[in-house]
Design a protein around this ligand. Structure first.
Ligand SMILES: *Cc1c(COP(=O)(O)O)cnc(C)c1O
Length: 392
């Protein structure tokens, strides 16, 4: 169930919600840039802010090319197309994941192979990935869950040894780093989300970071409806035509203008989110020391981005009780994910490799606390969690 649906189910609670789970970040430059975009009279893709965001992202990720897209889902779909996945192929991804991580690849006819996670990071367990590899494996698709970087050394080695593509679902990973390397820059591709629930956003958007230059030309064609329109715009061909499969994946100038404002301020936005994250961690440590809850921990070999702050209750019953307690005090905390292998589509289209013990035990206990740019109510949230446990 997504955040909106959980909010709806809370019904009247939602009206009381003083502290929402998310409040989309607005830093103040967005409307001026959007007005400027309107004044250019070029509102589709390829406008000045689409270009500026593309240049910013390409430089930031130090990549051959980083393309702004309409969503992270679009970027994932592009990655699957670029890898020429087809029926009979397999890709390995955590069952504890977002539906489009799997569906973007499964729509090619390839089979998702679901594996377990490491309960400490909630990221895919590299040992489980290794055990799931078969001659049909074409891609490994890890998720940097909640902004905690995956063990990229292990995953990259597994992929390179067997000539398998590595595609990072870095939807949660803008600003996160593994051993000093930005999330999204190690795999063949990195896929980012700029949905309003993410650290940096434009309502709905994303990016495909292309780290292997051999994919650049075809990615440009797939992005622009299967045509060589981008070459035409650069005067490299005298007309543009249909070249390949593709879709309408490029980010339009209006949303790119909003995004560009946030990208320019991304260091400040990240610093604020990391402060909120640190406050939760500091203030909840006493409850964790009493072994009433478990806390998300800072990454061992990197840096997170304050995308999510999760805690784990003892079991599902306690977790649901805590969510209800917080809701009754106007604080919206939410759970997720429904393990993908147990979903209707996952059962039909995928298969499981190995046991998924951690996926099931941890998804049942996890809840995410409100976290967003400018949140100053951490003490109130932590206070209510304390009262829940003292009362119990
Ligand atoms: C949000 C999210 C997505 C989807 O991003 P969109 O930009 O909404 O398509 C994919 N994967 C993960 C892990 C996410 O958190």
């Amino acid at each position: 169930m997504d955040v909106e649906a959980q909010g709806q189910r809370a019904g009247s609670m939602r009206q009381l919600s003083r502290i929402p789970f998310n409040r989309p970040c607005v830093i103040g430059t967005e409307s001026a840039f959007v007005s400027e975009a309107i004044d250019t009279q070029k509102l589709g893709a390829g406008g000045s802010f689409s270009k500026a965001s593309e240049a910013w992202l390409t430089e930031h990720f130090n990549a051959p090319l980083a393309l702004p897209t309409g969503s992270c889902t679009a970027a994932l779909e592009m990655a699957a197309m670029l890898l020429d996945l087809e029926p009979g192929d397999e890709f390995i991804t955590p069952s504890f994941g977002y539906p489009t991580t799997a569906s973007s690849f499964a729509r090619t006819g390839a089979t998702p192979v679901f594996v377990d996670i490491d309960p400490v990071t909630m990221n895919v367990d590299p040992d489980c990935v290794e055990a799931a590899i078969t001659p049909a494996t074409k891609a490994i698709v890890p998720i940097h869950y909640g902004g905690t970087p995956c063990d990229m050394d292990r995953l990259a080695a597994l992929a390179a040894d067997r000539n398998i593509a590595l595609v990072e679902d870095a939807a949660n990973g803008f600003g996160s780093e593994y051993r000093g390397k930005k999330c999204g820059t190690t795999g063949t591709f990195g896929c980012l989300s700029f949905h309003e629930t993410k650290v940096i956003h434009c309502g709905k958007g994303g990016a495909l970071v292309i780290n292997d230059p051999t994919y650049v030309d075809r990615a440009e064609v797939i992005l622009e409806k299967g045509t060589d329109q981008r070459r035409f715009v650069r005067n490299q061909v005298d007309k543009y035509s249909w070249r390949d499969i593709g879709s309408s994946y490029a980010l339009d100038n209006l949303r790119a203008a909003f995004l560009f404002g946030q990208l320019q301020e991304s260091d400040n936005i990240l610093a604020d989110r990391r402060d909120v994250w640190q406050s939760y961690h500091r203030l909840l440590t006493p409850l964790a020391n009493r072994e009433l809850i478990e806390l998300m921990t800072p990454p061992e070999n990197g840096r997170n981005n304050g995308q999510i702050f999760w805690i784990k209750a003892r079991d599902r019953e306690k977790r649901d009780g805590l969510i209800a307690h917080l809701a009754s005090h106007g604080i919206q905390a939410v759970f997720h994910y429904v393990p993908l292998d147990s979903s209707n589509a996952g059962e039909r289209l995928g298969r499981v490799s190995g046991a998924l013990d951690h996926t099931y035990s941890e998804a049942d206990r996890l809840l995410r606390l409100p976290i967003f740019y400018g949140l100053c109510d951490v003490e109130i949230v932590v206070g209510e969690i304390g009262k829940f446990y003292d009362r119990a």
